[in-house]
Design a binder for this molecule. Structure first.
Ligand SMILES: [Zn+2]
Length: 88
């Protein structure tokens, strides 16, 4: 269990899509804290294109960072975290 990401329960992109839960990405830079919701459908397609089984792609921090190489859209730093919440 990764102590940095206690809100992530589901462990695949397919689960996220099925459950309608929202995956949010946050910049951890102290002076930024920019955050936004990610498009899980897009993530699955992207993973498929990269040769993974997108639906079964894991949502652990290290796996997301490795495949998507996320950077903050505001400050450009790659010190980011993820959280998950129930959809509407
Ligand atoms: Zn930032």
């Amino acid at each position: 269990m990764n102590i940095d990401y206690p809100h992530i329960n589901a462990n695949t992109l397919g689960y996220l899509l099925d459950s309608g839960e929202v995956l949010n990405i946050q910049c951890r830079a102290r002076d930024c804290r920019h955050h936004k919701d990610l498009d899980v459908r897009w993530m699955i397609k992207y993973a498929n294109k990269k040769g993974f089984e997108g639906f079964n792609y894991p949502t652990l921090h290290k796996d997301l960072v490795e495949l998507f190489n996320f950077k903050c859209g505001k400050c450009g730093k790659s010190d980011i975290g993820f959280s998950q919440r129930a959809g509407k």
